[in-house]
Design a protein around this ligand. Sequence first.
Ligand code: NAP
Ligand code: MG
Length: 402
Amino acid sequence: MKKIKVKNPVVELDGDEMARVMWKWIKEELIFPYLDIPIKYFDLGIQNRDATSDMVTLEAAKAIKEYKVGVKCATITPDQERVKEYNLKKAWKSPNATIRAYLDGTVFRKPIIVRNIPPYVKTWKRPIIIGRHAYGDIYNAFEYRVEEPIEVEIVLKSGSEVKNFKVHSFDGRGVFMILHNTEKSIRSFARSCINYALSEKVDLWFSAKDTISKIYHGYFKEIFQEEVERRKDDFEKAGINYRYFLIDDAVAQILKSEGGMLWACMNYEGDVMSDMIAAGFGSLGLMTSVLVSPEGEYEFEAAHGTVRRHYYEYLKGNKTSTNPTASIFAWTGGIRKRGELDGTPEVVNFADKLEEATIKTIESGIMTKDLQPLADPPVDRYYYTEDFIKAIKERLESLLKG
Ligand code: NAP
Ligand code: MG
């Protein structure tokens, strides 16, 4: 089979443990035999991050900014236990946090829908994508525990001008907290959400509680409205809508909906709702994740981690049944986006075919162990990772000959 030529580079960020092992198999079996693809490779494996004092992560982020498209394998975020395990110089920061900060991006989580792995919520037929704002609110708050009667005031200083506001008079014990956010961060968030909704051609929902928090939540609502207004023509062209909901209404609507929207959430709501939606769709092995910047740079990855427990089995020489689906979709997401940006429909078509081959393989009853208990109709066995990938490869070849 003649390889399909990809015009511009895709930035590849390699990772750790079982995710890294699967990542290599995916490249060797499902990507490189079919695509002539220029790769800018960065090894974000924990040993290389340690050896480069984490400079490799920053360089990878810069490369994504330059080439616009990255694909990332799951990586270890080291804690003290990992520092010992891998004999590290220190507990380096989460690579995802470093890249997100550099690109000022937002992370979107999107489930892969497979017919015989039904979501727990019967009405859900299409993906519900969650976009979570990742700055401020309770995550960068000032908190205080009150132990005796006190008056709490807030003092605002600007040069020589000073303003005081009374917060609360405590006549006994209690707590208080001060939250903040910035226009820049909220605007970047809104822009990333708009880019992603346009790119996926799905409606954009934003929810908050501006009836109660008229100023704070109201500020988010206002910025979203303004940013949507600026892209009005693009929304029309894409045939998608923007809708604002009160958060409690949004929760109820989501449960009754068919899915097929991007739900933009404030930080805390996004933290909670993304886990609720992920659990509702069934398996971590079917959850993808994409980082989108306000300028339209994209980094695709699986939402799960390095699958550490499976890796220790692999190191003992045992076969594992680890689900590579979300990692395959990280590659197809990146390849499709590359093809769209380059104007090369044959590249986009390859991404579509590989996704189709993966989904149809699962729908034919060939799946990994994590999916077996969820399958309806039930299946009587599960496949090891390598055999599952082989089955996808066979199907892909027949689709490409198609
Ligand atoms: P994990 O890798 O997400 O795995 C947790 C458990 O979920 C696994 O033990 C496995 O359950 C199941 N699972 C996850 N992905 C699976 C897949 N593809 N196929 C089958 N089962 C899957 O989380 P972890 O083991 O707690 O964390 C390991 C490392 O990942 C940590 O060092 C953390 O820092 C890192 N991490 C990285 C990212 C990222 O790079 N985006 C995200 C999260 C975590 P069973 O063991 O029951 O089979
Ligand atoms: Mg959470």
